[in-house]
Design a protein around this ligand. Structure first.
Ligand SMILES: Cc1cc2nc3c(=O)[nH]c(=O)nc-3n(C[C@H](O)[C@H](O)[C@H](O)COP(=O)(O)OP(=O)(O)OC[C@H]3O[C@@H](n4cnc5c(N)ncnc54)[C@H](O)[C@@H]3O)c2cc1C
Length: 437
């Protein structure tokens, strides 16, 4: 069954969906239209590109299969963090020091872009500054400190060090050894932000369509995208459909793996409890390979994410298993009721680096279908910048887009059927390492 269908139930019980008011739906595409650029996918990557393109004077249609923010953008952990999902050495090895530096700088620009857009379009989305990276044992503490030292030495990015004796002042949990703090990263309500960005795109002139799944794509100088009730002909196209594109672009789907990750959210906690959990109110991630990520919300709940799944079936007892994870970190929350539990899929690439590029074109015309994928669970901020640089490329300056497009990506070994077992084996090894003190 297509992921778009199996995934529907994963989003139903999200805290985010329960705490936004959606305006009227955007219309279904029910005619044949021409435009400069068609965007497939109403997540942050697609919306960011559409907004920027419209501001450059392009006529833009954005087609979303379900609702704006249906995918990862509307249900993620809300943590906007510097850097990429992979370490910078992956980028250095492929692009060399100078371009690795450009990539790093663009990840920081992505944070500024996100906060700038919140201000510019007055998006009320609960932004709070601050990110804590925490190591769960001494060995990981040493690795984290070495990583922070290198980041400062090579990229000039300073992180505040948190020594073992100080960690208790940053988090009310005995589970952590030491950490780092970054004041430039932060967290927000991702669905409010995504809907706000959609509003800005609409204001800029983008035609947004919901419940308009693209079911067929015909390449050519004029690309044709068909939905059940209409079609769009466009000179250029952006595929920003994350893990859901599947059969629409099989060559892209082979290079990413949908991995489920899950979040639970408590009832509102008494102020005295919530304020003590993470006194700085920063977003928090541990440094495990299968990481836990959590934060307190503006309305004083603990929003706790983690776990992974390689099956596309929603895990049974999701709320209970996430509760156990949360209580292992914060035993003082043992009596807190879980009010929401949900999940979604991240688009993991083999090396965890983002996978941006163009589909090869048939002979006789230039490539005109761009794609953005492989955010590997670290896309909340980067999607915005990615949308902006794809817009630059479509407008004729691909210099920044092509830095990313030069990154090489491998297909998951064994094709579609063996993708899952090979990833599971790799993850099992990393999990074992996480458990070693
Ligand atoms: C549970 C969870 C927690 C996460 N936590 C964090 C976090 O804390 N910090 C962080 O940086 N990142 C996080 N991420 C990752 C981050 O959310 C993603 O990298 C980012 O939102 C990807 O945006 P996108 O626009 O590429 O994809 P999406 O937001 O998934 O958007 C793709 C859209 O395309 C649509 N679509 C697909 N196919 C078609 C088609 N054929 N026709 C029309 N529309 C189509 C889908 O319906 C979907 O709405 C998390 C992800 C998940 C799932």
């Amino acid at each position: 069954m297509p992921l778009l269908d199996t995934d529907q139930e994963l989003t139903r019980d999200s805290y985010y969906a329960a705490t936004v008011v959606r305006g009227a739906s955007y219309p279904v595409l029910d005619e044949t239209v021409d435009c400069d650029v068609a965007v497939v996918g109403g997540g942050l990557a697609g919306l960011s590109a559409a907004l920027d393109l419209a501001q450059r004077g392009f006529s833009v249609r954005l087609l979303e299969a379900r609702e704006i923010g249906f995918g990862a953008s509307g249900r993620n952990g809300g943590q906007a963090i510097h850097g990429l999902a992979c370490d910078q050495d992956v980028i250095e090895a492929q692009l060399g020091a100078a371009d690795a530096r450009r990539v790093w700088d663009m990840t920081i620009e992505a944070l500024d872009l996100l906060q700038g857009r919140i201000r510019k379009y007055r998006i009320d989305c609960d932004w709070r500054s601050g990110y804590l990276g925490l190591a769960r044992n001494a060995r990981k503490g040493v690795e984290l400190a070495a990583w922070a030292d290198r980041l400062e030495a090579v990229y000039g990015y300073p992180l505040q060090r948190i020594a073992p004796a100080e960690v208790g002042g940053w988090i009310a949990s005995g589970e952590f050894h030491s950490g780092v703090h970054d004041a430039r990263s932060g967290h927000l309500h991702p669905l409010k932000y995504t809907l706000g960005l959609a509003g800005a795109a609409r204001e800029a002139g983008v035609h947004l369509h919901e419940n308009s799944e693209v079911v067929a794509l015909r390449q050519g100088p004029q690309v044709e995208l068909r939905t059940a009730r209409g079609s769009v002909r466009a000179r250029q196209v952006l595929l920003a459909g994350n893990v859901y594109l599947q059969g629409l672009a099989p060559a892209l789907a082979a290079r990413i793996m949908p991995v489920g990750t899950y979040i639970a959210c408590t009832e509102e906690l008494p102020d005295v409890v919530a304020d003590a959990l993470i006194p700085s109110r920063s977003a928090v991630c541990d440094t495990n390979f299968v990481l836990d990520y959590f934060r307190t919300t503006n309305d004083q709940r603990m929003l706790y994410g983690g776990r992974v799944s390689y099956s596309t079936v929603t895990p049974s007892n999701l709320a209970q298993s996430m509760r156990q994870r949360m209580v292992a970190t914060f035993p003082q929350l043992a009596a807190a009721r879980i009010e929401h539990a949900w999940g979604g899929f991240v688009d993991i690439s083999m090396n965890r680096a983002p996978d941006f590029g163009r589909l090869p074109a048939a002979a006789g015309h230039a490539p005109n279908i761009y794609y953005l994928q492989g955010f590997s669970g670290h896309g909340l901020a980067l999607t915005g910048l990615a949308g902006q640089i794809v817009a630059e490329a479509m407008a004729g300056d691909a210099s920044r887009f092509d830095v990313f497009a030069r990154l090489r990506h491998r297909r998951f070994p064994g094709g579609r059927l063996l993708r899952t077992p090979s990833l599971v084996l790799g993850m099992a090894w990393h999990r074992l390492r996480d458990k070693l003190a």
